[in-house]
Design a protein around this ligand. Sequence first.
Ligand SMILES: NC(=O)c1ccc[n+]([C@@H]2O[C@H](COP(=O)([O-])OP(=O)(O)OC[C@H]3O[C@@H](n4cnc5c(N)ncnc54)[C@H](O)[C@@H]3O)[C@@H](O)[C@H]2O)c1
Length: 334
Amino acid sequence: MNFTIPKQLGRFLVTGGAGFIGSHLVDNLLAAGAERVVVVDDFNDYYDPRTKWQNIAAHLGNTRFRLEAADIRDRDRLNKLARDERFDCIVHLAARAGVRPSLTEARLYQDVNIGGTLHLLEMARQQNCRHFVFASSSSVYGPTAAPPFREDAPLMPISPYAATKAAGELMAHTFTHLYGIHAVCLRFFTVYGARQRPDLAIHKFARSIAARQPIPVFGDGSTLRDYTYIDDIQQGLAGAIRYTAEGATPFEVVNLGESQCISLNRLISVLEQALGEKAILHRQPEQPGDLPLTHADISKARRLFGYAPDTAIEDGIANFVSWMRWRDHKAQAA
Ligand SMILES: NC(=O)c1ccc[n+]([C@@H]2O[C@H](COP(=O)([O-])OP(=O)(O)OC[C@H]3O[C@@H](n4cnc5c(N)ncnc54)[C@H](O)[C@@H]3O)[C@@H](O)[C@H]2O)c1
């Protein structure tokens, strides 16, 4: 994987850096020679916080790494951190990330995903940190977007989660306009791979199939998703970081997908093959807030970042299953 950072950016703040995507980014930034990587993460219990501690355990003794176990809603803590550290680039990944729980916890999503994002943008402004990367989502497109989704399609969120991500993009645009912060908002399309969140379908299904438990299948299995492998997302994150430093425009919204559409039924059969087990299907009605289809047009990412995702779903799932088995084996041995 091609992960390089520009020379002028040495000091990074990664919010949500103990999570799935964030912890891979921290690994890659440190491996690429970043001078300082500070993680802000609140280790909340949306899923087992021990998983998040494991994700970053390898770096806890690294003098180039600092962990700030803090909530991005806590402005005083962020202000204190901003007095202690100077950042060249903020990569803001912390969020309440599930679509379905956002239907019952809209206020929490608003507070963390909109209020928290505003705090990070304010920190960038106060610090004169001009490079900002924000994790947005394919969910901002809504159910009527024409595939493949292009970044200039109208924003049509149908869940509180999606609405908070759309709001984050707009806030980032506002700060670019007012204060000259160079921002790239990345619309991630369902990311998977080692350390994937346990609430996401691939992880949930793989565990249940391996344990010969039924898996909940919403709808008839014809829904289509653009599943993006974690290494490809990291390549895109590196591209976005470089773009904030060297790109020609101060604000961009960019899709990061694999640009392959996989039906839920096909995903299940790829998982069955990798696990060597037949899935037991528990059919359920489609869920409100879920999109019937996601499909990224990635021509902009190719053009701006040289983004070139190249992981076939069969290979990515095989890697994921190997990781899951390795982790289970380690847990049993402990
Ligand atoms: N994984 C995907 O498929 C996907 C798709 C689209 C967008 N995204 C976005 O990418 C980002 C990372 O997602 P992920 O899958 O790695 O999720 P994750 O839950 O594994 O990581 C998010 C991290 O943010 C932390 N966090 C949450 N609320 C916080 C708060 N108030 N203060 C400080 N830290 C907080 C969590 O503890 C967690 O470690 C999120 O913004 C998510 O919305 C992810």
